[in-house]
Design a protein around this ligand. Structure first.
Ligand SMILES: C[S@@+](CC[C@H](N)C(=O)[O-])C[C@H]1O[C@@H](n2cnc3c(N)ncnc32)[C@H](O)[C@@H]1O
Length: 329
């Protein structure tokens, strides 16, 4: 049998190319302006901690990293940069359905010389994973991407097929269903709390609130066609555990952890329910500054109650890392 790096190399060179990228799937632009993505989320390009932390997590879980890594949904490269600097295997296939995102990520690397792994860039939609060869990748890495994929059951089965024994599918920044429903439940009381303080909600604030609670309900529901929506799902850890087990993958769930938590200096990013909740309203739901200030002031005691419940341990689980390891053959 040829070494895995040779098998990967001959597979990747056999694929067609489109606009300078390897093409596995048809191009699909992101639903929002790709070049505004980092500004919206307050991210600066080339943050190394996410990918560095992911590689530390792989090492501490004894994941076999001797083969190529696949990143799905690279976006602007928030995970990619550190992954490319720290992944010990021979190759990294960096993918997204959007060529604009691929170009933005590629621009972080210059020639890529001096990095441990060779980098390859491809258009790939996670709904097309059946096209990947079996037993090809040691690692499949994603950050904030699983909830965009239409058919999660098929996706996990395809990942299990293309993973090598001892390898892992690792997914960070994925939303936990009960944590999101709790955030939406708290948000439903904002109008009553503000009105009790004689504060009238502006129509724009009512709309922001309604958009938020409707969005969570949409993510939560499973009886709606989500084909055309960009963000789609929330996750229940024990369901992903059972799904993994059916496909030969063993789950380790790290509630509220981020990949960067595992990079030095090992300071957990998750502070509390209230910090996550207020940041989510600001960066993901675009609540305006004045409204946020009122929520911060007048819901203080309600949010403190939730934070106090979790003074002794991390919770409630709102986000987290899912590490699904393929049992060695
Ligand atoms: C929220 S962004 C996350 C980007 C980046 N990983 C990060 O952490 O900043 C979601 C990414 O998933 C990609 N994406 C959406 N649907 C996808 C699909 N079906 N298959 C693969 N990637 C997808 C988007 O193009 C986008 O880059």
């Amino acid at each position: 049998m040829p070494p895995v790096a040779d098998t990967f190399q001959s597979w990747i060179t056999s694929l067609p190319r489109w606009r300078g990228f390897v093409q596995i799937s048809a191009e699909r632009p992101y639903a929002h302006a790709e070049d505004q993505y980092d500004t919206q989320y307050g991210v600066s390009a080339g943050e190394p901690e996410e990918g560095q932390g992911l590689c530390a997590l792989l090492a501490s879980n004894e994941i076999n990293t001797t083969g190529p890594a696949l990143e799905i949904g690279c976006g602007t490269g928030r995970l990619t940069y550190g992954l490319a600097h720290h992944y010990p295997g021979p190759d990294i296939l960096i993918t997204d359905p959007s060529s604009t995102f691929l170009r933005l990520t590629q621009s972080q690397f210059g020639s890529g010389d001096g990095l441990p792994a060779r980098q390859h860039f491809a258009l790939l939609n996670a709904d097309d994973l059946t096209q990947l060869p079996p037993d090809m990748f040691s690692v499949i890495a994603m950050r904030s991407t699983l909830h965009h994929i239409l058919n999660v059951d098929e996706f996990i089965a395809s990942c299990a097929r293309t993973l090598r024994p001892g390898g892992a599918l690792v997914m960070g920044a994925e939303p936990n269903e009960s944590g999101y429903v709790l955030m939406a439940a708290v948000a439903q009381f904002i109008p009553a709390v503000l009105r009790a303080e004689k504060i009238e909600l502006l129509p724009a604030w009512e709309k922001q609130l309604c958009d938020f609670t409707d969005t969570v309900k949409f993510y939560c529901r499973r009886d709606i066609d989500k084909t055309t929506a960009e963000d789609k799902h929330l996750f229940v850890p024990n369901e992903l555990s059972e799904l993994g087990a059916r496909n030969g993958l063993t789950l380790r769930y790290l509630p509220n952890a981020t990949f960067s938590d595992f990079a030095p200096p090992h300071l957990p990013e998750f502070k509390s329910f209230s910090v996550f909740f207020l940041n989510y309203l600001q960066y993901c739901m675009m609540f305006d500054a004045e409204f946020l200030q009122l929520i911060r002031k007048h819901l203080k005691q309600h949010l403190r109650y939730l934070d106090d419940c979790y003074r002794s341990h991390v919770g409630p689980a709102i986000t987290g890392v899912f590490l699904l390891k393929k049992t060695s053959a």
